[in-house]
Design a protein. Structure first.
Length: 249
């Protein structure tokens, strides 16, 4: 299983190697070995807000991962809790993404990189249908999907989370333009609505960790890298790579 994690550039020894923030806010690197070469850079900007920061000169990692965008555009999400607005996944959000994503992908291509958009229930690419429709509308653009199946759940989907997640995986995990699978659990935060779901390590939270392990197995079967959050990595790895039981003599 190819396992990667979001890492702070300084902690990963990549300070000065990644492009400056916001384009190099975090690196996606392998959890194996000491010498880390990022496969992607994480840029947490709202690309449909109307003012994309200028991209610096190369070098860039092979992919630039960004959210697929949210509305209202001036909202600054805290703890990765995005605003709940029908404008995001209806015509306005999709129209804005159609306009900016090909241009941004071209800017990435000039730096020998590809744009990868994340999925989220409160972003433009909220469900498999939205992802497929967007990719079909841009068949030749250097744009991929960083599939985050857990983030595509809403609070009212949690009771049937297994069904929803398996359907998302059935629809998307083997798609040739899904480049990575982001994996985490979900939690609610004190003082926030129960509808506001934030990421947490796979061994904690509202979802059965075994369900997330199954998603990782499916990603591995499709040769998709699995990307974890930089939170209690050892505990997360103990689920994904459990100690082998000695053979019985």
């Amino acid at each position: 299983m190819s396992l990667y994690a979001f890492r702070q550039p300084l902690a990963a020894g990549l300070d000065g190697i990644l492009p400056p923030a916001p384009w190099g806010s975090q690196a996606i690197v392998s959890i194996e070995g000491q010498h880390q070469t990022p496969i992607a850079t994480w840029c947490p900007i709202n690309i449909i807000a109307g003012a994309v920061p200028a991209m610096p000169a190369p070098p860039f990692p092979p992919r630039v991962v960004t959210p697929s965008g949210w509305l209202p555009e001036d909202t600054d999400p805290q703890a990765e809790i995005y605003p709940l607005s029908p404008r995001t996944w209806m015509g306005e959000g999709r129209h804005r993404l159609d306009e900016v994503a090909p241009w941004l992908a071209d800017q990435c291509a000039r730096r020998d990189s590809r744009l990868a958009l994340t999925t989220h229930a409160r972003q433009v690419l909220a469900d498999p249908h939205a992802c497929s429709a967007f990719l079909d509308a841009h068949p030749d653009a250097p744009i991929d999907i960083a599939l985050d199946p857990v983030a595509m759940l809403t609070s009212d989907m949690l009771a049937l989370a297994e069904d929803h997640l398996l359907r998302i995986c059935d629809a998307m995990i083997d798609h040739p333009r899904v480049c990575v699978v982001l994996l985490h659990n979900l939690q609610t935060l004190p003082g926030r609505s129960s509808e506001d779901l934030a990421p947490c390590p796979i061994h904690e939270g509202l979802l059965d960790p075994e369900l997330l392990v199954e998603i990782a197995r499916r990603a591995d079967a499709g040769n998709k890298p699995v990307v974890l959050r930089e939170m209690q990595l050892a505990r997360q790895l103990s689920l994904l790579r459990p100690a082998r039981t000695p053979a019985t003599r």
